[in-house]
Design a binder for this molecule. Structure first.
Ligand code: 3HC
Length: 311
């Protein structure tokens, strides 16, 4: 009965083992997983746009090849995550319809524009860096398909982060104009990257339950602090300034003190605001419609192969 199933589920979570698709799970656990997996997958898919904007204008063939590979990886991450979400019994076409209709979210940073080439470096260094800090604990998430998808995603994300650092390194070791361009990009991307970790823990509606279920392992604030602590020495190595006059080492806490992102702005951007918000969703809808013939052709091809195999 329900009580026994719940007890078995609780025991699996308490033993730090995995819940698998065929296992019984509470409705609220399934709902929160679907919510987070859909948001996560959508972020990878819509998150291709800010950098794809620069593929045709990359400064060298090598940078172009790297950027192409990175953007393709993000499409792949979206697909692993939709596949993980499908194990909960919802078809990916439903997620895509919900995304296009504005019923589902994606991460806020994506609604900011990429204005210069240096933005591709700053985005990869900062937002992929933040994504790694967030996603490494998700490799131990209690839901098996989510945790396993994260292992590969994190490996690829580390390459993305590293190439962003490398692109910025080239600029900060270049001309004065290149150094200024790198600094300007970091000035604009620092706070959107900090906001990726979500609202402060005290205002986070889902953290308590998600931590109890071991979907999340750390609070939004813990991960944000970890990210800041990691970034400071990397910024020093790059020779750039993080745009926060109050950023300083706190001996007592053993962490850097820093200025929190503007959470009112985050709330607005989550609702679709942000300089590039409308453009991102419109582009996503256009790309989906333009790809209809590919989906139809591959479905027709699969049907033909099935018919041939059956004959
Ligand atoms: N942007 C958009 N929405 C956000 C957000 C943000 N930065 N932070 C929080 N939210 C939303 C939550 O989704 C939730 O909305 P909902 O109730 O409608 O689902 C609401 O705000 C309340 O926030 P909570 O803190 O209570 O929500 P969570 O406990 O789910 O924590 C989270 C938020 C930390 C973002 C968590 O959902 C999470 O870890 N998600 C997966 C992270 C992710 O998407 N990573 C992908 C990175 S993208 C990427 O790598 C592409 C890059 O390479 C270009």
């Amino acid at each position: 009965d329900e009580e026994e199933l719940q007890a078995r589920f609780d025991a699996v979570i308490a033993a730090d083992q995995k819940i698998e698709p065929r296992d019984w799970m509470p409705d609220a656990y399934r709902a929160t997983l679907l919510r987070q997996l859909a948001q996560h997958a959508n972020s990878e898919i819509v998150g291709m746009q800010p950098e794809a904007n620069w593929i045709s204008r990359a400064p060298t063939l090598k940078r172009k090849a790297i950027l192409l590979a990175k953007v393709q990886d993000e499409a792949g991450h979206g697909l692993y995550l939709y596949a993980a979400a499908e194990t909960l019994g919802v078809d990916r076409s439903q997620f895509l319809d919900d995304l296009d209709a504005g019923r589902q979210k994606y991460l806020s940073f994506i609604n900011y524009p990429t204005l210069t080439w240096a933005d591709t470096g700053a985005l990869a260094w900062l937002t992929d860096g933040a994504a790694i800090v967030n996603q490494v604990p998700l490799c131990r998430s209690s839901y098996g398909p989510y945790a396993r998808a994260m292992v590969r995603v994190c490996k690829e994300e580390s390459f993305h982060h590293r190439q962003g650092f490398d692109a910025l390194w080239a600029l900060t070791h270049g001309t004065d104009a290149q150094r200024a361009m790198a600094q300007d990009a970091i000035d604009r991307w620092w706070y959107p990257a900090l906001a990726m970790f979500g609202p402060p823990t005290r205002d986070s509606v889902h953290t308590e339950a998600s931590m109890r279920w071991r979907i999340k392992r750390f609070t939004n604030d813990e991960l944000r602090q970890r990210f800041v602590d990691i970034c400071v020495p990397q910024a020093e190595a790059l020779g750039v300034r993080l745009p926060d006059p109050d950023l300083r080492w706190n001996e007592e806490r053993g962490h850097y003190d820093f200025t929190e992102p503007d959470y009112d702005e985050l709330r607005r951007v989550i609702k679709g605001d942000g300089p590039a918000g409308r453009q991102r969703v419109a582009h996503r809808r256009r790309a989906h419609q333009a790809g209809a013939w590919v989906r139809e052709a591959s479905a027709a091809h699969a049907a033909k192969r099935r018919a041939r195999a059956a004959a």
